[in-house]
Ligand binder design. Structure first.
Ligand code: FES
Length: 147
């Protein structure tokens, strides 16, 4: 049911942990399944993501998507990191079963929440970034229809 990549990132998650004095931290959860994900970003003075770590209290797919999401955003600019959508994360993992799509949404939202925190701390506005929700199940109603 899971691709080899999902299993690999679930069993050997990359970039687990915290970043001390992170440039931005974002925490999101899903009230329906109770899973929680926190992302830490270290962003340099040129707006490039130097490091990204995560802590996820959640299912295997949530761990795998957080792990893949950290790998995808490291080395990217803020604008490029915004393109790391849940679909991009799922593609990088060779897909997820339909019932697990919401787990990847948690990763996208956690990155956005961390970028939002960074923008707030620096008093800047990031083009294209919406204020994040803390509970992604609010988004899911609309997402469910697509899948
Ligand atoms: Fe909720 Fe995976 S079951 S994040």
């Amino acid at each position: 049911m899971y691709s080899e990549k999902v299993m690999d990132h679930f069993q050997n998650p990359r970039n687990v942990g915290e970043i001390e004095n992170a440039s931005g931290v974002g925490t999101v959860g899903n009230a329906k399944c109770g899973d929680i994900m926190r992302m830490y970003l270290d962003i340099d003075e040129n707006g490039v993501i130097r490091d990204c770590k995560f802590k996820t209290f959640g299912c295997g797919a949530a761990v795998a998507t957080s792990s893949m999401a950290t790998e995808l955003v490291i080395g990217k600019t803020i604008q490029e990191a915004l393109q790391v959508t849940n679909k991009a994360v799922m593609e990088a993992l060779d897909g997820l079963p339909p019932v697990k799509v919401h787990c990847s949404l948690l990763a996208e939202e956690a990155i956005h929440a961390a970028l939002w925190d960074y923008a707030q701390k620096h008093g800047i506005k990031i083009e294209g970034l919406q204020k994040p929700v803390s509970d992604i199940s609010e988004h899911e109603e609309a997402e469910d229809e697509e899948y």
